[in-house]
Design a protein around this ligand. Structure first.
Ligand code: ATP
Length: 328
């Protein structure tokens, strides 16, 4: 049983994602609502080790709900992987009177939090902040919806030039291990083919499919490729292969890259962040620890950090079928 929490630290860790600011705001405002103190920890675990803290009140988070990135900065910390680093972090938290923390980040950040919790019996709650939606225990991670919208908007623009010049575009989107972004963006942008890490289409089948669509009268095409796709070594190699085998097609590559991480969060991400932040604070006040806040069927839930880290988020098989039907 943990004692009553009086001062909560909040940090953003790992890569940034849209909606992190909205989640910070929510944690800070929920602390103010429940009359407990809140301290911002800058630069993730790195700032925890260096004691880079700042008291936050309800007014400190004015006008950030609509901002991308994170006002607390996000960082990766090699030192936090060591016992000595974590010991220093613990001393700093104790000296500052912080008796629990909320970490907004991905599974690496949760792993750090879980280890810290075990070592020092320190209450922690995680909020999933990553655009990849690759965390078990939640239907949506913070930033995913915004990233989808950013990528679809970019592909709509690429489509204009593709159709004006009868070109075939390979568009690479983020997703090293999972194809959630590619699959949803591909369906949403009306892509000809969608290549995801979960399935290896094979170069021959890709070629065959593109030839078939050419024969059916299509003069331009968009192929959405997840970063981690295994059909080719990378998106440039795929493009080269198709260009060599379909010499009449003008092939181009566009790598959307970090633009997918930036920008103002969508309304969905802002609302999700607000709900998750409140739940994180309420969980700590209920003396719960070592959980990740998630959303299932539009209900805010708690999943053990252990499960969130070890579980695998699955690709939506129904959506794969839909994408196949749409490219008929
Ligand atoms: P993203 O999804 O953007 O990659 P992430 O939270 O998974 O976010 P990581 O770089 O994997 O990003 O982890 C963030 C930080 O969490 C690391 O820099 C490190 O400080 C801490 N961390 C990760 N794994 C461990 C571990 N095994 N032990 C202690 N700390 C860890």
């Amino acid at each position: 049983m943990i004692s009553k929490v009086k001062k909560i630290g909040v940090l953003t860790s790992g890569g940034d994602s849209p909606g992190m600011n909205a989640a910070i705001r929510s944690v800070v405002r929920a602390c103010a609502y429940y009359k407990i103190e809140c301290v911002g920890v800058y630069r993730g675990y790195e700032g925890m080790i260096e004691g880079d803290f700042k008291e936050l009140n309800a007014r400190s988070v004015n006008n950030i709900i609509n901002k991308g990135g994170t006002i607390l900065k996000a960082a990766r910390s090699e030192e936090f992987r060591t016992k000595r680093g974590r010991q220093e972090a613990y001393e700093n938290l104790k000296n500052k009177g912080i008796d629990a923390f909320v970490v907004i980040g991905g599974d690496g950040s949760f792993t750090g939090a879980e280890i810290f919790n075990k070592e020092f019996d320190f209450p922690v709650i995680g909020i999933p902040g990553t655009i990849d939606n690759d965390i078990f225990g939640t239907n949506f991670t913070l930033g995913y919806d915004t990233a989808l919208n950013t990528a679809v908007e970019a592909i709509d623009k690429i489509r204009d030039t593709a159709s004006s010049h009868n070109r075939l575009f390979f568009v690479e989107v983020m997703g090293r291990d999972v194809g959630h972004i590619a699959l949803n963006v591909g369906v949403g942008a009306g892509a000809e083919e969608i290549l995801i890490p979960e399935e290896n289409l094979g170069l021959d089948r890709l070629l065959e499919s593109l030839k078939k669509s050419r024969k059916s009268g299509k003069t331009s095409s968009i192929v959405v490729v997840a970063e981690g796709d295994k059909t080719g070594d990378n998106v440039f190699e795929l493009a080269k292969y198709i260009e060599e085998n379909m010499p009449k097609y003008e092939v181009r590559v566009s790598v959307l890259g970090h633009m997918q991480r930036g920008g103002a969060p969508s309304c969905f991400d802002r609302v999700l962040a607000s709900r998750m932040g409140v739940k994180a604070v309420e969980a700590l006040l209920d003396r719960k620890s070592n959980f990740m806040v998630g959303i299932h069927d539009n209900k805010i839930t708690l999943t053990s950090l252990d499960l969130a880290i070890k579980g695998k988020s699955k690709i939506n098989a129904e959506l794969i079928k839909v994408s196949d039907i749409m490219t008929t």
